[in-house]
Design a protein around this ligand. Sequence first.
Ligand SMILES: Nc1nc2c(ncn2[C@@H]2O[C@H](COP(=O)(O)OP(=O)(O)OP(=O)(O)O)[C@@H](O)[C@H]2O)c(=O)[nH]1
Ligand SMILES: [Zn+2]
Length: 189
Amino acid sequence: MTLPLDDLAGHYRAIIEGLGENADREGLQDTPMRAAKAMQFLTRGYQQNLDELVNNAVFESAMDEMVVIQDIELYSMCEHHMLPFIGKCHIAYLPQGKVLGLSKFARIVDMYARRLQIQENLTRQIAEAVENVTGAKGVAVVIEAQHMCMMMRGVEKQNSRMKTSMMLGQFRKSQATRSEFLNLIGNHR
Ligand SMILES: Nc1nc2c(ncn2[C@@H]2O[C@H](COP(=O)(O)OP(=O)(O)OP(=O)(O)O)[C@@H](O)[C@H]2O)c(=O)[nH]1
Ligand SMILES: [Zn+2]
């Protein structure tokens, strides 16, 4: 399902005028529709769902050791200011009979990142999705990101990063499992 763009473009025109600009001047004539398409792209996660995305790419496997997918890049939009936050996501899971197609981890990250988010909820949603799809004994997700709302405006801090983690199942119960994961992703960086 794709939402109609004309309404959104009209709202962008109002924003441009609200800024005191002339929406009809040459450089801005196509901007409302362009901006509407860009924003729809940046929030395309609303048009996706987990079942279609995974597309049955869950495979039987006797693998029962930790699997880590590291440094999945992430572009999201903060729900407070509608400004980007950008970073990396690391995912680990302990399979129990089933493994998930590698690309699907990145697709899950994107589906939830490409919405209006706060980093904490994004972290939790990714972890729960991986748990649901794989039935794993445990899932861990760490996100480290920089928020434009803190860099370009507000407190204007250029170097701070936010780290969030969500530990489910064995990663929550066992300090050793958690440490193994954090060591593997080099969490001292
Ligand atoms: N916990 C959390 N906070 C976030 C995230 N993205 C933005 N924020 C914060 O949301 C808060 C909104 O605070 P408000 O005081 O309502 O808004 P504001 O006046 O624009 O805040 P300042 O950014 O401090 O200027 C700010 O502290 C932001 O830094 C996020 O992903 N997680
Ligand atoms: Zn913000």
